[in-house]
Design a binder for this molecule. Structure first.
Ligand SMILES: Nc1ncnc2c1ncn2[C@@H]1O[C@H](COP(=O)(O)OP(=O)(O)O)[C@@H](O)[C@H]1O
Ligand SMILES: [Mg+2]
Length: 247
């Protein structure tokens, strides 16, 4: 039976709050006392050079890695010990680094698989809402193509669209523009901004491109597994940019 998990609407100004996270791969200490929060309705960008632990932090938030210490709250609900599936059903949409769309099924089926994230699961006769195609028009013309036949940029748009099918409250994006050509980067950036404006969703973004990172309200900079700087992106200094972003 499909367990329906209630999405409680709790008035809080923080969508996500992670505190005191320490995460290890075997004996290697990767995340060190990480505190990070995402205010409701805002976009937060996590920056830092390769290998500093950004993906590890997102995987921990998604429950793919278990922290040795620390806790994670989603709108004040403790999720630290919940499975990834429960977290997704509580409203976290995740687009992992490298996209991970399913190459051997159609674009339409890839999108419909996103419905599994809804609290009641997938019903079987759903259609894809028009809003998805308003955000990513290219997908409408490619519904019957195999996911694997799409370009990198199109696959990334498909991966984000699939996450949106589950109507998340928090969208977690791990380097959505990695390896993608500049014109498509701007399209993805514009789509994310439109998603925020249209739905009030909160976004946690790992991003190396300065222009996209600057669209966030707030940033955190990571070095060797710890948060070493944070603040409003308006105050993102040239020094921080040069130290933490690949520009
Ligand atoms: N599966 C793994 N097993 C062991 N070490 C890993 C694994 N994945 C990543 N690491 C190490 O953890 C550190 C952080 O990696 P990661 O979170 O992927 O960094 P980022 O996303 O910032 O590039 C790196 O030193 C990396 O080599
Ligand atoms: Mg990474």
């Amino acid at each position: 039976m499909n367990q329906v998990i209630e999405r409680q609407a709790i008035a809080t100004d923080l969508m996500l709050q992670a505190s005191g996270l320490n995460v290890y791969y075997g004996e290697s200490h990767i995340l060190r006392d990480v505190d990070l929060s995402v205010p409701s309705g805002q976009m937060v960008c996590l920056i830092g050079r390769n290998g500093v632990g950004k993906t590890t932090l997102l995987k921990t938030i998604m429950g793919l890695l278990k922290p040795r210490t620390g806790k994670i709250l989603l709108e004040e609900i403790p999720i630290t010990n919940l499975s990834t599936d429960r977290r997704v059903k509580l409203g976290i949409g995740y687009v992992p680094q490298g996209r991970e769309i399913i190459p051997r099924v159609t674009v339409k089926e890839n999108l419909l698989l996103g419905l599994e994230a809804l609290p009641g699961g997938r019903k079987g006769n759903e259609e894809i809402p028009e809003e998805i195609f308003e955000l990513f028009p290219v997908l409408k013309t490619m519904l019957s193509r195999m996911g694997g036949d799409l370009s990198g940029g199109q696959q990334q748009q498909l991966a984000i669209a699939r996450a949106l099918m589950g109507k998340p409250r928090l969208l977690v994006l791990d380097e959505p523009t990695e390896g993608i050509q500049p014109s498509i980067i701007l399209e993805i950036e514009a789509a994310v901004k439109r998603i925020i404006a249209a739905t009030g969703i909160s976004v946690l973004l790992v991003e190396q491109h300065l222009h996209f990172a600057r669209q966030a309200d707030k940033y955190y900079a990571m070095q060797r597994g710890g948060i070493v700087a944070s603040g409003s992106t308006r105050d993102l200094s040239q020094e921080v940019i040069q130290k933490f972003l690949a520009v």
